[in-house]
Design a protein around this ligand. Structure first.
Ligand code: 5GP
Ligand code: MN
Length: 511
């Protein structure tokens, strides 16, 4: 292909631009400048759906009408506004003063050193945030640089499309028969280690989950359609630190495990099991890596489209049904219209329930019915389905420490990316996402105490077998992170003490 099409929103209308891939950056900018009706002193800014700023050039990635960019002609071009002469003169005088101070005192005052180190640390943060690469400070990590030097094209040099096709070929060439009985059994427990499997293998394992629950036979799903569907689900997760395809795999695998551990097959209908497993699979589709608060505060297109009401969860669910709108990916195509309606309603309920803003409402509802729970009561069943999808969604800490801990790093990385962007944009920053305020232990002790334990305790009342699989590992994780938190507090106190002693000694010496 020699031309590409870019869909973009400008001044409230959806436009599209077509240009050759060998077009110069200046020509591309001119096209967008004209579309934005920008004057010579305007700066053009192109934003992706997630709100990241994109570089305007012929390398701009082609998109679709559904994933349009947003073009804005923002501030006045600084080059058009010359610095007044008086400011130039003042800067000169300051520089002169600075060199005099250095000559007289020998070293800059403490306040200046503090400022300099703050600037340095802010620069380091900018250097580590990939989506702020347009600032011009971003440095790739060592691995990337090594792979760039290697003569053979590495996977990071293939286009996203080529990488996806590689995964598809590998997935289709593998047979689910290659999955041993031992792995199949392991797949039914929370101790399963997701980090050992690559993407194509995770797709095979997802296929095994659908087949081992007899969904193919029960709902007349052709294997090829299931494989197309799973591959499209994989393609619609983004390459971001936490809410990626691996998270989708883990949540689905936990849902699968819960079905077996609670013997749910004997308690609720197969169609409801299909709803829960498919909801887990689709629950974070096309997550942009920025949460609902960001969407709402930054007034993103998603927040506008869904009127600030669970914008992400609404989007995940809409993307899921968008995938199934294609007959070759529609695992529900051989069902009756009543069955389809039931599944659609159930999936919408389960996916929308994963918005943590609704956590307490849903948990309180569940608490009120647990003492009188009845598997034949439709309302009770619907609440249970939401709860089990929610449990799967936030269950990393129920996994062995070696599996759970790397997930916390991924989550914090995504949180910090968001809060860094919020700081730059002047948006509100939640303390639990702020790299200056949270640590791994502080993040987990609160989350386990106030979110996981109350939720898992309630679920265990209904399914005592889960005590061993959910509650016990989470209690161990709480002990582990509480110990770490105490140790780091003690260390901090000791340091404070030392500083105080140092100051007292210095003051004493001066007398
Ligand atoms: P999700 O966004 O994955 O659908 O919903 C789960 C949300 O719960 C995450 O975005 C995150 O805010 C929170 N969460 C899940 N697991 C953990 C965890 O292990 N620690 C903390 N602190 N928050 C978590
Ligand atoms: Mn999730």
């Amino acid at each position: 292909m020699t031309t590409k099409i870019i869909h973009f929103m400008v001044n409230g209308t959806l436009e599209k631009a077509e240009f050759g891939v060998d077009c110069s950056a200046a020509d591309v900018k001119d096209v967008f400048r004209a579309a934005a009706e920008a004057g010579p002193h305007h700066i053009l800014k192109m934003y992706s759906m997630s709100g990241s700023v994109l570089n305007i050039s012929a390398q701009l990635e082609a998109n679709s009408e559904d994933s349009y960019y947003r073009l804005e002609a923002v501030a006045s071009d600084q080059q058009g506004v010359r610095m007044p002469k008086e400011l130039d003169a003042m800067e000169h005088r300051l520089l002169h003063l600075e060199s005099k101070v250095l000559d007289d005192v020998g070293e800059p005052p403490e306040a200046v050193c503090d400022l300099m180190s703050q600037v340095e640390s802010f620069k380091k943060k900018l250097e580590s945030v990939k989506h702020l690469s347009w600032v011009g400070l971003f440095k790739e990590d060592g691995d990337h640089q090594l792979s760039k030097r290697s003569p053979k094209p590495s996977s990071s040099q293939l286009s996203a499309h080529e990488q996806q096709q590689q995964v598809r070929r590998k997935f289709l060439n593998m047979s689910s028969l290659q999955v041993t009985e031992e792995v199949r059994e392991h797949l039914k427990t929370p101790v399963f280690d997701n980090w050992q499997w690559e993407e194509a293998e995770m797709l095979v394992l997802l296929q095994v989950m659908f087949t081992d629950l007899d969904f193919l036979a029960a709902f007349h799903i052709q294997l090829e359609v299931l494989q197309n569907f799973l591959f499209q689900v994989f393609c619609h997760y983004n390459n971001i630190p936490f809410h990626n395809f691996r998270h989708c795999f883990c949540v689905t695998q936990m849902m699968y495990g819960l079905i077996w551990l609670t013997d749910l097959r004997s308690k609720i209908s197969r169609i409801d099991l299909l709803i829960m497993l498919t909801s887990a699979l689709c629950h974070d589709l096309d997550h942009p890596g920025y949460n609902n608060s960001f969407q709402i505060n930054a007034q993103t297109d998603l927040a506008l489209r869904y009127n600030d009401i669970s914008p992400l969860e609404n989007h995940h669910c809409a993307v899921a049904f968008g995938i199934m709108a294609k007959p070759e990916c529609n695992i529900l195509k051989n069902l009756s219209s009543d069955q389809y309606k039931h599944i659609r309603g159930g999936m919408i309920r389960c996916i929308l329930a994963t918005d943590m803003a609704r956590h307490n409402d849903i948990l309180n509802k569940f608490k009120s019915i647990v003492p009188v729970f009845n598997f034949t009561n439709k309302e009770h069943q619907e609440v249970l389905m939401k709860i089990l999808v929610k449990v799967s969604d936030i269950s990393n800490e129920a996994r062995p420490m070696a599996v759970a801990e790397p997930w916390l790093d991924c989550l914090l990385q995504e949180f910090f990316n968001q809060s860094d962007t919020e700081k730059l944009k002047g948006l509100p920053v939640a303390p639990f996402m702020d790299r200056d305020k949270v640590s791994k232990p502080s993040s987990q002790t609160g989350f386990i105490r106030f979110v996981l334990l109350p939720l898992f305790t309630e679920v265990t009342k209904l399914f005592p077998a889960l005590e061993k699989h959910l509650l016990e590992p989470v209690r161990r994780a709480l002990d582990f992170y509480s110990d770490l938190e105490r140790a780091s507090k003690q260390e901090q106190e000791e340091e404070e003490e030392k500083k105080k002693e140092g100051r007292t000694a210095a003051a004493g010496g001066g007398v």
